[in-house]
Design a protein around this ligand. Structure first.
Ligand SMILES: *Cc1c(COP(=O)(O)O)cnc(C)c1O
Length: 359
């Protein structure tokens, strides 16, 4: 039996995608071997790679001004790749800190570039997004970095902040493809795949081509965006299997109304869960309503001594991986694109029954 999997990442994948992968696993389209066993330079894999890029471009309206890279190294790798690639060590950058991931991004960038923390919601234990008017942006920053959805704290930008003519860079690891955004407002968007794209091991970087021309710092040439783009993300062997599965997820999104279709379902799913939490005196979520994430929903029980029992009974009801992040405690339901409304309804039914019994 498959469970409703609320894991923050690696996370649930669409069941239909898993079935397709299963059906093709031993013999990919009559080639007599698995896609995992094909050379990344073979026509078979190049077709897979190019189709995935084409579909992603279509889903996010990415035009030719941008390169799309399929890399390794995780979103974490990008925390240092970005400043190394596009800045010299004496240049300034602005970071907006709204949770654990943007905090890590800023901390890592400090080794390679000057970092000004232009806004920081640590004072509210990351339960809000500082008003745009309070951001202390530097005049000469090369870019402004945000994390569009904080996976641990459940805080999400509901729209792209206006940073004037500054280059905006976003870590979209946990909400890419969950709602539309205008790529032309960004210089770089990056995302680890294991939340909303596919299996772990793949990192997607969407970068405005003029930024790839920057010399940056003296790093290994194969780690330079321009080199990687010129090589079609194949300066070294790319994560072929993850790339292939991601391509299937893109097809699945296209078949389900595209990013607009995802947004509708995500609004319904998160609305259902938040309204249940807000109507209850037993469950609570600390995040400002305007900054609440549609993807990661942390909540606590009025009786934390029941946490273990909640998780155990939820597990028995087929609801898995609801334990909150160690730094926040309580529970967290991660409800990325593949989580169905039915799955969230099932969680809500369980929560109401648990509250009735123990609340
Ligand atoms: C998971 C996550 C990361 C880290 O991703 P890795 O692929 O493990 O490096 C970074 N940023 C956000 C927002 C995340 O959710």
């Amino acid at each position: 039996m498959r469970v409703y999997n609320f894991s923050a990442g690696p996370a649930a994948l669409p069941e239909s995608v898993l079935k397709e992968v299963q059906a093709e696993l031993l013999d990919y389209q009559g080639t007599g071997c698995s896609i995992m066993e094909h050379s990344h330079r073979s026509k078979t894999f190049i077709d897979v790679a190019e189709t995935a890029e084409k579909d992603l471009r279509e889903l996010l309206n990415i035009n030719d001004d941008y390169a799309v890279l399929f890399l390794q190294g995780g979103a974490t790798g990008q925390f240092s790749f970005i400043p190394q690639n596009i800045c010299t060590t004496d240049q300034n950058t602005d970071y907006i800190i709204t949770g654990q991931w943007s905090k890590k991004a800023a901390a890592q960038a400090k080794a390679f570039v000057k970092v000004n923390v232009a806004a920081d919601s640590a004072g509210t234990t990351f339960t809000s997004i500082p008003e745009r008017s309070t951001w202390n942006l530097s005049d000469n920053a090369e870019y402004v970095h945000i994390c569009s959805n904080e996976t641990v704290h459940g805080v999400e930008f509901s729209e792209t902040p206006d940073v004037g003519d500054k280059i905006l860079i976003a870590d979209m690891s946990s909400n890419i493809l969950s709602r539309p955004f205008d790529i032309s407002k960004y210089g770089i968007v990056y995302a680890g795949a294991q939340k909303n794209i596919g299996p772990a091991g793949l990192t997607i970087v969407i970068i405005r081509k003029d930024l790839m021309e920057r010399e940056g710092q003296s790093i290994s040439p194969v780690m330079h965006y321009k080199t990687m783009a010129d090589a079609g993300s194949m300066s070294n062997t790319p994560p072929t299997f993850a790339w292939y599965v991601a391509g299937k997820v893109f097809k699945w999104i296209k078949a389900n109304g595209g990013v607009d279709g995802m947004e509708k379902v995500n609004a319904a799913k998160s609305g259902l869960l938040y309204s249940t939490i807000d109507a209850s005196n037993f469950y609570s979520n600390p995040v400002d309503v305007s900054a609440r994430s549609r993807m990661n929903i942390p909540f606590t029980l009025a009786k934390p001594e029941l946490d273990a029992q909640f998780l155990e009974e939820a597990g028995k009801a087929g609801l898995s991986n609801l334990k909150g992040h160690r730094s926040v405690g309580g529970m967290r339901a991660s409800i990325y694109n593949p989580m169905t409304l039915e799955g969230v309804q099932s969680l809500v039914d369980f929560m109401l029954a648990f509250e009735k019994k123990h609340g």
